[in-house]
Design a protein around this ligand. Structure first.
Ligand SMILES: Cc1cc2nc3c(=O)[nH]c(=O)nc-3n(C[C@H](O)[C@H](O)[C@H](O)COP(=O)(O)O)c2cc1C
Length: 275
């Protein structure tokens, strides 16, 4: 037995305490991992439903995605949404998709990513070659296409989803599910009032067919302040006091709808619709 107030005893006790605590923390981390994964997937589903503007009826009340219970989210997602793995450059689906494919990991892997080389800077060096896109179906017909977008704001990379109507030129919704912008400034990208302004905005210059659209025909974006009447059908108001975040959202939309982003995908869909 070591004397109670010896240095050796202090060290032994602290060491034992460290071992016990680290065991507790790692057991908790491992034990909770499956709940974390499930919650992350649920949060992603909720955000996709929110971008699509889908609601459920609860006793005559219309409930939006943010207020749905976990089981309502899972059920509605299962009923209405299909996930597809997309080859971004060709705009074709990959049929033998690996269910666990993680686009964020792919974006960091030189083999599975390409340099970001678009019409605008989105503050990212590379982007993944493949990603998940989501089709919203109703009565056997595709109503919306939902694509993931991301890009740099002021402090952080913002990650979100854009829902595009089956006319392939009208925005149905935009949500951001992860960012580190300042609450009340750049964080207002999450404000339901601002998000609602995106519904109905036009992606391409009026009169230009999706199939023929060049990067210069992409008009959707964020104005500095309120958009002029000429721009109002394409743009939403900039966030006040958050010019840099607003510019980030503008750039990421211009990039992800360009020919370096989802341009080939929407062009393929347009040509199939026209066929
Ligand atoms: C504490 C602090 C947090 C800020 N957070 C943001 C932000 O999240 N997004 C943003 O664009 N600007 C943010 N800004 C403001 C920028 O520094 C910059 O001044 C602003 O984007 C310019 O916008 P304005 O032309 O509307 O003033 C923040 C400023 C401070 C002092």
């Amino acid at each position: 037995m070591l004397p109670k107030d010896s240095i050796a005893n202090t060290l032994v006790v602290s060491l034992a305490l460290c071992v016990v605590c680290s065991l507790l923390v790692s057991t908790a981390a491992v034990g909770l991992k499956k709940f974390q994964v499930k919650n992350k997937a649920l949060d992603q589903q909720r955000n996709i439903l929110a971008a699509a503007g889908l609601t459920v009826d609860r006793g005559g009340q219309e409930i939006s995605a943010a207020d749905m219970s976990s089981s309502e989210v899972e059920k509605l997602f299962e009923q209405k949404v299909t996930r597809k793995l997309l080859d971004i450059d060709t705009g074709e689906y990959i049929e033998d998709a690996e269910a666990t494919f993680d686009p964020r990991k792919a974006a960091k892997d030189p083999e599975r990513s390409v340099p970001v080389d678009g019409p605008v800077d989105i503050g990212q060096a590379r982007r993944e070659k493949r990603t998940w896109v989501f089709l919203v179906q109703d009565e056997g017909k595709i109503q919306q296409y939902i694509v993931p977008i991301y890009g740099m704001g002021l402090w952080s990379t913002l990650y979100g989803y854009v829902a595009v109507d089956n006319d392939l030129r009208t925005i149905q919704g935009l949500t951001f599910y992860e960012h580190g912008e300042t609450p009340g400034l750049g964080g207002e990208v999450e404000n339901p009032k601002w998000k609602s302004k995106w519904v109905g905005k036009q992606i391409y210059e009026d009169g230009v067919d999706v199939e023929d659209a060049s990067n210069n025909d992409i008009r959707v974006g964020v104005a500095k302040g309120a958009p002029s009447s000429e721009n109002a059908k394409y743009m939403v108001d900039g966030l006040s006091g958050a010019t840099i975040t607003s510019r980030g959202v503008d750039s990421m939309l211009k990039y992800w709808f360009s020919d370096e982003g989802f341009g080939p995908y929407f062009k393929r869909l347009a040509s199939q619709q026209g066929a």
